[in-house]
Design a protein around this ligand. Structure first.
Ligand SMILES: [Zn+2]
Length: 601
C-alpha cells in the first residue's frame, strides 16, 4: 500500500476512536431507484456536527485496484460491466451511459473503502466503518440487486492475500439475502457468512454459513430473538479473528424497499447487540462495518443513531432531515470557501469543484476512449496483459491511469506510477482514422512516450531526442496492448509515422513498398551496429547511396502493424512483396567513410 494511504491511516487514528472511511465519489444516483445519494453525507454531517469525528480524522480510500477486484470477480464479468445493458439488469432500471459508468466507479471506490477499512481494523484491532459498501449480492461472475462489485469479498480476499489466516465472520443483517458473499466463499470453510433476511436469493450449499429467512412483516421481537439466539452460538463455534458487519438499514419500518416493521429502537438494539458480541471485553475482535442497503430519505438516520452511539457510548437522536440538510449545506459551503484559498495538495479530505460537480444533476456524459473504453476498461486490459504487473515489479506500487480528452483530434492516456500522478511512465496519444488508408480504419498513433522517471541517463549513455529518462523496457508489451485494442475495436491495424530509424525497427512495414525497400537497404548497410549506433548514423546522415555517394535522408512516412486480413494482404501480400523485391534490387546503401565529405554540406 502506498505511502499516502498509510499516512492517511496514521493521521486518522485516535486512541480508542472510531475510524471512518469515506469519499464523496460514493454518492451516486441510480436511475429511478430510491437510493438516497446523500445518505452517507448526512450521517457524516451529523457525526461532525456532534463533534464525534473531525473531517481530518477520516481516511479517504482509493478505488479498489483491479488486482484486488480480480481476486473475486472473473475477467469476463468485469468486461461485461462496460455494457450499459448489463448494469441496467443489475439495478433493474434504465440508466444513461453516464449513470452506468458512474455506478461502476462509485462501487469500485466504495470497494476500495471496505478494503481500506478492513486493513485499518486488521492492523489496529479497532472498529473501522466504511460509509458505503455492502454490495452483498454480487457473485464472481454476475451482479444483481444494485450490486456490481462485492466489496466484502474483495476486502476478505485481500486480507487473505496479505497473509491474514484466522477465521472470518460476515454478519449480514441487511433485509436482503447476502447470497453473493455466500457464493464467493461457498467452498471456503474459513469464511462464515451469517445472514438473517426476508427470503433466500440463492440456495446454499456453502461450507460454512448461517442462512435464516424470516419471511415478511417481521417485528422487533422475532428479529431480535433470532439474532440473539443464533449469533452467540456461531461466534462460539467459529471463533472469528475478524468480523465484517453489513449494517443494512432496510429492515426499518419506513424503508422504501424493505417489508419489515423494525422500529428505530429495534434497529439500534440489533446494532448494539452485534457490536457487543464482537467487541466483548477481553476479546475485542477487529471489526469493519459497511452500510449495506437502506432506501428513502430516512435511511441515514438509523446509521447515524448507531454510529453516534458507537462513537460516544450513548444515544444521540439525529435532528430532522430538513435541519440536517441545512447543516450539511453550511458545512459544504464553508469547506468550499476555505478550499478556494488553501487546500493542501494531498489532503485526506478536500472537496474540489469536481466533487461538487458530481452531486449536480445533468452532468455531461463522460467521453469514452476511442469511443469505447472507460478508464476502468483500459485499466482492466492493461492488468490482464500483465503491463500493470510489470510496472509494479519496477517498484511503482500504485499505477494510476488518466484519460485526457482535451486534445482536439486525439485521445490521450497517461499512466503514472503513483496515485498522486507525479511519476509519468507512459503517455499515448491516438485516434481512430479513416482518412489515411482508403476503405480502412486504423488506430493512428500520434505519440508514444515510455520512460522510467526514477532513472537518469548515465554518462555517455545515448538518449533518444526528446526523452528525459531511460525507457521502461515495456515497448513490446505496450505495442501488444495497442494491437489488442485494434482487434477489439475491429480496426485494420496500428499506424504511425516513425520519427527515426530505431522507431521503424519494431516489427512493422511502411505502406509504400519502395519506402520499405529503403529501410531494408538501410538495415543491410547498418548490419553489425548496435541499434543506438545505427540510429545515430542515420540521424547524422552517414548512410549514403553506394552508387552515387549521395546522402540517404530519413523520410517520414506511415508504417503499419497489420491486424485485419485485408491490411495484412496489403502490406504482406504477393503484390507488395513483388514491388518490394523490385525496389530493393536496384538499391544499395553503405556507411560514409570518415574520409568522405558530406555531399550535402
Ligand atoms: Zn438490502
Amino acid at each position: 500500500m502506498g505511502r499516502w494511504v498509510w499516512g492517511a491511516i496514521r493521521r486518522s487514528l485516535r486512541p480508542s476512536g472510531l475510524v471512518l472511511v469515506y469519499d464523496p465519489g460514493y454518492a451516486v444516483r441510480v436511475g429511478t431507484s430510491p437510493i438516497d445519494p446523500l445518505r452517507a453525507e448526512m450521517v457524516l454531517a451529523f457525526l461532525v456536527d456532534q463533534g464525534l469525528v473531525r473531517r481530518r480524522d477520516m481516511a479517504r480510500p482509493l478505488a479498489a485496484s483491479l488486482r484486488n477486484i480480480r481476486r473475486v470477480h472473473t475477467d469476463r464479468y468485469l468486461e461485461s460491466l462496460e455494457r450499459r445493458e448489463v448494469l441496467e439488469q443489475i439495478v433493474g432500471t434504465p440508466l444513461t451511459d453516464a449513470e452506468a459508468e458512474g455506478l461502476v466507479q462509485s462501487q469500485r471506490l466504495a470497494a476500495g473503502g471496505t478494503v481500506l477499512a478492513s486493513a485499518i481494523a486488521a492492523r489496529t484491532g479497532q472498529v473501522a466503518v466504511n460509509l458505503g459498501g455492502g454490495f452483498h449480492h454480487a457473485a464472481s461472475n454476475r451482479g444483481m440487486g444494485f450490486c456490481a462489485l462485492n466489496d466484502i469479498g474483495i476486502a476478505i480476499a485481500r486480507l487473505r492475500a496479505r497473509g491474514f489466516s484466522a477465521p472470518i465472520l460476515v454478519v449480514d443483517l441487511d433485509i436482503h439475502d447476502g447470497n453473493g458473499t455466500r457464493l464467493l466463499f461457498e467452498e471456503d470453510p474459513s469464511v462464515h457468512t451469517f445472514t438473517i433476511h426476508n427470503q433466500d436469493w440463492s440456495p446454499s450449499e456453502a461450507a460454512s454459513a448461517t442462512v435464516m429467512p424470516l419471511g415478511t412483516a417481521v417485528s422487533d421481537a422475532t428479529y431480535l430473538t433470532a439474532l440473539r439466539t443464533a449469533l452467540p452460538e456461531v461466534m462460539g463455534r467459529i471463533r472469528p479473528g475478524f468480523v465484517i458487519y453489513v449494517a443494512g438499514a432496510d429492515p426499518a419500518t419506513d424503508d422504501m424497499l424493505g417489508d419489515w416493521n423494525i422500529t428505530a429502537a429495534g434497529m439500534l438494539a440489533r446494532d448494539q447487540f452485534v457490536v457487543e458480541q464482537v467487541r466483548r471485553k477481553g476479546a475485542e475482535i477487529p471489526l469493519t462495518i459497511v452500510l449495506g442497503g437502506g432506501y428513502g430519505g430516512n435511511a441515514w438516520r438509523y446509521t447515524a443513531r448507531f454510529l453516534g452511539w458507537l462513537a460516544l457510548g450513548r444515544v444521540v437522536e439525529p435532528p430532522t432531515n430538513a435541519e440536517m440538510l441545512l447543516r450539511r449545506a453550511e458545512e459544504l459551503h464553508r469547506l468550499l470557501r476555505e478550499g478556494a484559498r488553501r487546500l493542501p495538495p494531498a489532503s485526506d479530505w478536500a472537496f474540489t469543484p469536481e466533487d461538487v460537480a458530481a452531486f449536480m444533476p445533468g452532468a455531461a456524459a463522460p467521453r469514452r476512449l476511442l469511443g469505447r473504453y472507460t478508464s476502468q476498461g483500459i485499466e482492466l486490459l492493461l492488468e490482464r496483459l500483465g503491463v500493470l504487473g510489470q510496472v509494479r515489479a519496477l517498484g511503482f506500487s500504485l499505477p494510476t491511469l488518466e484519460l485526457d480528452f482535451h486534445l482536439p483530434d486525439s485521445d490521450c492516456v497517461r499512466l503514472y506510477g503513483d496515485a498522486a500522478k507525479t511519476e509519468l511512465l507512459m503517455e499515448v496519444r491516438f485516434r481512430r482514422d479513416q482518412s489515411r488508408l482508403p476503405g480502412m480504419e486504423v488506430l493512428y498513433l500520434e505519440w508514444l512516450l515510455l520512460q522510467n522517471p526514477r532513472r537518469e541517463f548515465s554518462r555517455g549513455q545515448q538518449s533518444i531526442p526528446g526523452q528525459k529518462h531511460p525507457g521502461l523496457g515495456l515497448l513490446r508489451d505496450v505495442t501488444a496492448w495497442l494491437v489488442v485494442l485494434c482487434g477489439e475495436l475491429g480496426l485494420d491495424g496500428l499506424m504511425y509515422v516513425p520519427a527515426g530509424y530505431f522507431v521503424a525497427t519494431f516489427g512493422s512495414r511502411f505502406i509504400d513498398p519502395v519506402r520499405q525497400a529503403q529501410l531494408e537497404a538501410m538495415r543491410r548497410a547498418l548490419a553489425g551496429l548496435r541499434l543506438v549506433e545505427a540510429s545515430r548514423a542515420v540521424e547524422e546522415r552517414r548512410v549514403v547511396d553506394a552508387a552515387t555517394g549521395a546522402t540517404v535522408p530519413w523520410e517520414p512516412a506511415p508504417m503499419v502493424i497489420p491486424v485485419s486480413p485485408r491490411l495484412r494482404e496489403r502490406v504482406e501480400g504477393p503484390e507488395y512483396e513483388a514491388a518490394l523485391e523490385a525496389a530493393l534490387s536496384s538499391l544499395s546503401y553503405r556507411l560514409r567513410l570518415p574520409s568522405e565529405t558530406n555531399a550535402d554540406a
